[in-house]
Ligand binder design. Structure first.
Ligand code: CTP
Ligand code: CA
Length: 234
């Protein structure tokens, strides 16, 4: 890995990496969101800069110092993330969607704080679906050499089930690479170490990819190695 970093094998490439979790405001003080820390996306951004790439990091509510050498663009909601990723992604050689976008947003955000009244009051939130940013990038891709990378965090009981879920998601998204990891029971979110599988084909005939374990920095380099391999096959 030190050799790969020294080789600056991503020199001349422009990457867009999204990180963190989006938040959908219910009212000025409350939101619907998730626990994504942004660590994985940041690790990829850092690794890519080390290897010579230009990197835009679209950071959704990431509470971490911005990595050196990276242009960081902060965003809040999924629609904001979509606008920033789509704009920066136009000129990018690689887009990595490591962020966890909220799939739904309140049908209407309240401009004032929601107040509670009597103890029997119920509150029903109506949510509408957000656009799928990655699927949009795939559909609108004009540069055939552009590499699009998705992530999938799935709850699964067995590795086989995990890979099946990953294959189905890869088929649905149509991206070039899906970084698959298991979540739940304290795994992944907010932790420095992780375990991933790199899926390049939804085909059930292909062997299931091995699990790669290690620090998010190490895994970031594995992901970038795979991206380079995909590019060299174009
Ligand atoms: N993603 C996206 N736009 C969304 C939701 C997800 O671009 N509105 C991206 C994520 O950044 C990730 C990939 O799609 O790279 C898979 O996200 P995931 O939440 O696992 O998939 P969904 O299609 O939202 O399916 P579900 O949450 O129902 O499993
Ligand atoms: Ca989702």
């Amino acid at each position: 890995l030190a050799v790969a970093a020294a080789a600056r094998d991503l020199a001349g490439l422009q990457l867009v990496v999204s990180a963190g979790g989006t938040r959908e405001q219910i009212d000025p003080v409350r939101f619907v969101g998730n626990a994504s820390s942004g660590l994985m996306g940041q690790a990829i951004a850092r690794a890519a800069v080390l290897r010579g790439a230009g990197v835009d990091l679209i950071a959704a509510n990431v509470d971490l110092p911005s990595p050196a050498g990276v242009r960081t663009i902060p965003v809040g909601s999924t629609l904001e993330l979509q606008a920033a990723v789509t704009a920066a992604g136009k000129a990018a050689d690689v887009v990595v969607m490591a962020a966890a976008p909220a799939d739904f947003r309140p049908a209407q955000a309240q401009s004032g704080k929601i107040k509670k009244s009597d103890p029997n009051q119920r509150l029903e939130l109506s949510l509408v679906q957000n656009p799928d940013i990655l699927a949009g990038l795939v559909a609108d891709r004009t540069d055939r050499s552009q590499v699009l990378v998705g992530f999938a965090a799935e709850t699964a009981d067995t590795p086989e089930q995990l890979v099946d879920l990953g294959r189905a998601k890869l088929a649905r998204k149509g991206c070039d690479l899906l970084v698959l990891n298991a979540v739940g029971r304290g795994r992944v979110f907010g932790q420095a170490d992780s375990e991933i599988r790199l899926l390049r084909t939804p085909s059930e005939d292909a062997p299931a990819p091995d699990a790669l374990a290690g620090s998010k920095d190490t895994l970031a380099h594995h992901i970038l190695d795979e991206v380079l391999q995909i590019r060299s096959g174009r």
